[in-house]
Design a protein around this ligand. Structure first.
Ligand SMILES: *[C@@H]1O[C@H](CO)[C@@H](O)[C@H](O)[C@H]1NC(C)=O
Ligand SMILES: *[C@@H]1O[C@H](CO)[C@@H](O)[C@H](O)[C@H]1NC(C)=O
Ligand SMILES: *[C@@H]1O[C@H](CO)[C@@H](O)[C@H](O)[C@H]1NC(C)=O
Ligand SMILES: *[C@@H]1O[C@H](CO)[C@@H](O)[C@H](O)[C@H]1NC(C)=O
Ligand SMILES: *[C@@H]1O[C@H](CO)[C@@H](O)[C@H](O)[C@H]1NC(C)=O
Ligand SMILES: [Ca+2]
Length: 476
């Protein structure tokens, strides 16, 4: 049968569209038009907005209000040359002012611009400052937070975060040149963390020791290194990270925030004790705060935009709200669910479906005993299945052509001996263990279980033999 030219063009266009989709990153688009036997239809995917530089959108508040220098004008010195005190901060002169917005400007001219505090002239009273950053939007970190300090990094500081628009706060990371002395905590590095304790709040000494104010200006909150524990050093296996985020609830929340706060508790000291005779060299100065993150849209939006001065998800899948965390009116046939990264690579969109139509009696054919509901309008669900149409799984079950009982669970760590749980269905065991839960050592009652080392030994013996032989021959 000859193809009509317009439908040929349409299928070519669809092919092109699908190529474009394949070349886009994972979870970039929420839907695409695909060709089927019944003509083109929409296919829906889990989706998330691209990472953005969130410094452009943040509101900065500095406390106490009189902590910014320049009112009245003040001279200051530097740690490297404490006797050259020719610099001045003066809030009334543009060139000499150091207001908070200089922490988030773009520095297009190449000139470094920075916020600066008053000096520590009131020593021994501590020099304290809080910098609160707010977005009025839930965000998810996608790379390291980086704070750039001019004239030396603080010797004691805390990074806090809030998940509820600033109502309650929790520490995110402690920074000190001596963690035990400042916070009574053992110093740790992110390299010390593993899959089981990646969300631990640590105190690090890595960014607070004196190395010269020009040598290292940055203080980081390491996101990449934490991702790398699951995704590999080059983040080449993000699927694994996303799979973990689905099963370990705390992991996703760890990277989520609505506000951040820096509590600056003691400035740079130049590697020695505080010198009372020259307090004009102690102060804080920050030139930049980088926050690479994406809007949290519960995998229901591929874009996030500024509306009425606030970032908002452009919700798809018939969801609504700033974070797409509810079904739109008239689409509440099922309870709202976030999209899911699983199954990889496309995830599940979990779209909100239209409510109020009489087909609510069509039961899910895999999840229920009968295709139609019974006389009282109920679908009869199979074991482990729930929901009005038997389309959802009870806790402890996973959808796989119907609900099947979970074999393993990352939160309960049912896989033993270091095995990892894949999609609740299978433990992947380390080489020396086997069994459904990796509970059996391969060595039990089997010969040659240390085959690899035996082989290695025999090769080594062989080489030694050959070497000995040739030595013997040479000496003969
Ligand atoms: C910084 O914030 C903390 C927590 O709200 C508060 O206890 C402290 O007094 C603040 N410090 C300054 C200098 O405002
Ligand atoms: C925060 O965002 C919400 C939702 O978009 C909006 O209603 C509210 O006015 C915003 N608040 C501020 C202070 O911008
Ligand atoms: C995290 O766990 C690893 C081993 O799983 C351990 O070596 C390390 O000390 C732990 N780190 C912290 C900060 O508790
Ligand atoms: C909203 O739901 C309807 C019915 O389920 C569907 O046809 C439509 O494509 C959905 N819209 C979006 C944007 O997902
Ligand atoms: C219909 O199914 C529901 C749920 O399984 C059950 O409680 C109810 O007794 C059933 N009614 C009839 C008439 O079979
Ligand atoms: Ca700046």
């Amino acid at each position: 049968m000859p193809m009509d030219p317009s439908s040929a063009m349409l299928s070519q266009a669809l092919l092109l569209l699908q190529c474009i989709i394949l070349t886009l990153g994972q979870y970039d688009i929420c839907k695409s038009l695909v060709s089927t036997d019944d003509g083109p239809t929409w296919e829906y995917y889990a989706c998330q907005p691209k990472p953005m530089s969130m410094k452009e959108y943040m509101q900065i508040r500095v406390e106490p209000p009189d902590i910014t220098c320049g009112n009245p004008p003040e001279r200051f010195c530097t740690l490297e040359n404490p006797y050259l005190c020719s610099d001045e901060c003066d809030a009334s002169t543009k060139e000499l002012a150091h207001p908070p917005e200089l922490m988030q400007d773009r520095e297009r001219t190449g000139l470094i611009t920075y916020w600066q505090t008053v000096t520590w002239s009131r020593y021994p009273e501590p020099l304290l400052a809080n910098i609160s950053l707010s977005w009025n939007k839930s965000l998810e970190l996608t790379d390291d937070i980086q704070i750039t300090f001019e004239y030396g990094r603080p010797t004691i500081m805390v990074l806090d975060k809030s998940l509820n628009y600033g109502r309650t706060w929790q520490p995110y990371q402690y920074y000190a040149d001596d963690c035990m002395d400042a916070f009574g905590m053992l110093p740790k590095r992110v390299q010390d963390l593993s899959a089981t304790n990646v969300t631990r709040v640590i105190c690090t000494e890595q960014y607070s020791r004196w190395v010269g104010s020009k040598n290292e200006k940055n203080v980081r909150f390491e996101v990449r290194e934490r991702f790398a524990i699951f995704a590999g050093t080059k983040l080449q296996n993000m699927d694994n990270l996303y799979t973990r985020m689905e099963s370990m609830k705390g992991l996703r929340d760890f990277f989520t925030f609505t506000n951040l706060r820096l509590r600056l508790l003691r400035p740079a000291l130049g590697g020695t004790y505080v010198q009372r005779d020259n307090l004009l060299k102690y102060f804080y100065a920050i030139s930049n705060i980088d926050i690479p993150a994406r809007c949290k849209c519960n995998l229901h939006a591929g874009q996030c935009s500024l509306r009425d001065g606030t970032l908002q998800c452009d919700c798809e899948h018939n969801t609504t709200g700033q974070d797409c965390s509810a079904c739109e009116r008239g689409f509440k046939a099922k309870s709202w669910k976030p999209g899911s990264y699983l199954p990889t690579p496309n995830g599940s969109p979990n779209i909100c479906e239209a409510s109020g139509t009489s087909d609510k009696c069509n039961c899910n054919q895999l999840g229920s005993f009968h295709a139609r509901c019974n006389d009282t309008g109920f679908c009869q669900c199979r074991e482990g299945t729930t929901g009005q149409k038997c389309e959802d799984c009870l806790p402890g079950y996973t959808w796989k052509q119907g609900c099947v009982p979970n074999v393993c669970d990352d939160e309960l760590l049912l896989c033993q001996n270091g095995g990892s749980c894949i999609q609740n269905q299978k433990c992947v065991c380390p080489p020396s263990f086997r069994g459904v839960l990796c509970e059996q050592s391969r060595c039990q009652g089997e010969k040659g279980c240390d085959g690899a080392s035996a082989c290695y030994l025999s090769t080594l013996t062989l080489l030694l033999c050959l070497l000995a032989n040739s030595l013997l021959k040479a000496s003969a």
